[in-house]
Design a protein around this ligand. Sequence first.
Ligand SMILES: [Zn+2]
Ligand SMILES: [Zn+2]
Ligand SMILES: [Zn+2]
Ligand SMILES: [Zn+2]
Length: 358
Amino acid sequence: MSKSKIPQEMFQHVVNNALDFLGQSIIEIKEKPKYSVIHFHASIELILKARLMAEHWSLVVSPKKQADWQEFTQGKFVSVTLEEASTRLEKVAQSGLGDKALKSFRTVTKHRNQMVHFYHNAETEKAGIQRLQAIVKEQLTAWYFLHDLMLGQWKETFESWEKNISEIDAKLREHHEFLKVVYEELKPSIKDMVVSGYVFLECPSCGFMSEKHLNDQNCLYESECLVCGLHEQCLKIQCSECEEGEVLYRGEPSAKCSMCGAVHNGSHLLETFIDDGEAYMAIKDGGDYPFPLNCGECMGYETVVQISESEYLCTQCFAVSDTYGMCGWCNDESTSLSEDTYWKGCEFCDGRAGWDKD
Ligand SMILES: [Zn+2]
Ligand SMILES: [Zn+2]
Ligand SMILES: [Zn+2]
Ligand SMILES: [Zn+2]
């Protein structure tokens, strides 16, 4: 990282601005929803830019323009769009947003543009309340991902603002009250769903007991919050410590047992499925059991297990794949293989092309 090259002051200025806009957006939501959306959107863009700046200042300049230090320091430059920032975070900074975060940021951008061009105040009270609820949902979801990036994956960059970030988090969660109506309306149907076997847990984004889960162990499913719409890839296994409690993985390979609190990571997940799978194979035909496979997403070595007939989960990055294959050159099995692996190789070898070069 060439952080020393960018004036620390400019970087701090961008982050402070972003948090300022976020604060504004929270205050404005009820009285001035239009400005709330605009400010919220601006703060997402600034946070992404700040993360890019921490890598190198020129990454903030639009790819369509030549980056110029003089112009940059004077603020006379065209900056990256959300899509461009996302691509650079992934390709250059090697710290991408992830599909779900990007999708939720895109929603905010889309509505920001609609608000700027079409919003008018003369709407019925009912329409106004519905619009408010929709905005709160979007902001809570986008914030859930943004907050997670800033305090997790991008911790190093935003460490000094940890306290401010947590304060904003608390304030934004007070918006809870706007969604309470939605939750109240859902209560009867949630009750029915519990009777038919679903489990409802507290949603990590909006905080209501409205996150719908399956009651099954060892199967992969997508949870859905009926209030705010948050989706997560989930998987439950039995706790290997107390052998009674349940461990619920939510989109990442780390989770706690509901009974004894033991922390389980990806290797617990790996063990669970490899043991079951091998036992099953031994009964079936005693054939060769190829798992764990390598992961083509995160380049994990022997991290992918089979969850069902056509679901392969990486216990390191939690990516799910519906196929896997064998590299034509090194014969290793892996997910996300490209075409013509004999020639091009896989994530773990250079294929025939690499061999010929030597
Ligand atoms: Zn929720
Ligand atoms: Zn336990
Ligand atoms: Zn992986
Ligand atoms: Zn290979």
